[in-house]
Ligand binder design. Structure first.
Ligand SMILES: Nc1nc2c(ncn2[C@@H]2O[C@H](COP(=O)(O)OP(=O)(O)OP(=O)(O)O)[C@@H](O)[C@H]2O)c(=O)[nH]1
Ligand SMILES: [Mg+2]
Ligand SMILES: [Zn+2]
Length: 318
């Protein structure tokens, strides 16, 4: 059976790219049985390697393949809510988290959540701050508080790129994207599709003024995996509003906060919330751990109390 990669998700249909070309495919019955009504569309996700059966006698633009099997992924980036778990990308070399100083504003809570998921899956990640050209539009006090947060991420070992995709992509970032499959993750309007267009040298993706996105609509509506300059394979997707981590365990959460790693609390299973002899809280009080990062930890931890309920068809059952 031929093998292909899922390069587009359009409701119940999937774009496949294989050695001999492109296909428009639907999952076969065996795969459908594994998914419930709620998650059927999400069993298959962008970046997965699949086996398929080409169909003959179909006209141009019609469905011309059936997906028969999914190869176990090397890694996945997922998000979850109480009743849904969604794979955003599979078989990734890196995750680029994109944020902005303005339009939309800097959101460290979002970044912290993505960091937990990427760290848990051992996927290399870095941070892009786009729209640097808007820096002179924001008040000095906001500017310095955001710069302070960014320097905290820098001290945690994250590589930071300061960019203005409206004008150019820095050669350093271009280099890093080359010969890799990268998932772009960021809220609506941060410039994900603008980056992909720049790297492709043409408008492969539609982009839109921020006012449009702030009305609750995303410019990009379907996730795609596209090849750009220098063998950079980019996954562009609709902006992510909520990055739920209900599928994460307590230990996954703790591992997502690198600055906690070398601290030893009195109790091995310390939750860093109320226990006596907690070195994490001590470090927060003494300013060795940034307050905003600890706040993020608490807020994610609280959200985990509402557990995701696994369903038939989740990847763990594949
Ligand atoms: N000022 C400024 N605007 C930018 C920059 N990069 C992108 N934009 C603008 O920001 C708007 C949103 O960009 P998109 O690339 O559509 O954003 P997106 O992240 O793909 O948004 P969704 O598809 O909704 O998730 C567009 O009007 C872009 O022209 C930049 O560096 N500076
Ligand atoms: Mg977009
Ligand atoms: Zn502790």
């Amino acid at each position: 059976m031929p093998t292909g990669t899922i390069t587009g998700v359009f409701g119940a249909y999937f774009h496949l790219r294989s050695q001999d070309g492109f296909y428009l495919a639907k999952p076969g019955g065996r795969l459908r049985l594994k998914g419930t009504k709620e998650n059927r569309g999400h069993l298959l996700a962008i970046g997965l390697s699949v086996e398929f059966e080409p169909l003959v006698h179909t006209g141009a633009g019609e469905m011309n393949a059936i997906i028969t099997d999914v190869h176990p992924p090397v890694n996945l980036v997922r998000r979850s809510s109480v009743d849904r778990i969604q794979t955003l990308g599979a078989n990734l070399d890196s995750v680029a988290i994109i944020s902005t100083f303005a339009e939309p504003g800097f959101n460290s809570g979002f970044i912290d959540r993505v960091l937990v998921e990427a760290e848990d899956n051992s996927i290399p990640f870095y941070l892009i701050i786009n729209k640097y050209d808007l820096l002179n539009k924001i008040p000095d006090s906001d500017k310095s508080s955001m710069e302070e947060k960014i320097s905290v991420y820098e001290s945690l070992g994250l590589t930071i790129f300061r960019e203005s995709f409206r004008e150019r992509v820095s050669p350093e970032l271009k280099n890093l994207l080359a010969n890799k499959r990268t998932l772009l993750l960021g809220q609506s309007g941060v410039g994900k599709s603008t980056l992909l267009n720049l790297l492709s040298g043409r408008a492969v993706m539609q982009t839109q003024e921020i006012g449009y996105a702030s009305k609750g609509r995303h410019t990009t509506t379907n996730p795609v995996l596209l090849e750009a300059e220098n063998n950079a394979w980019i996954i562009d997707m609709p902006g992510v509003r909520e990055f739920g981590l209900l599928h994460c365990s307590e230990s996954c959460l703790r591992a997502g906060f690198r600055e906690f790693k070398d601290l030893e609390c009195r109790f091995d299973n310390c939750t860093h919330t109320h226990e006596p002899g907690c070195s994490v809280r001590e470090a927060v009080e003494e300013g060795r751990i940034a307050g905003f990062r600890y706040e993020s930890y608490l807020s994610i931890r609280e959200s985990l109390a509402e557990k995701y309920k696994p369903r038939r068809g989740d990847y763990r059952n594949l």
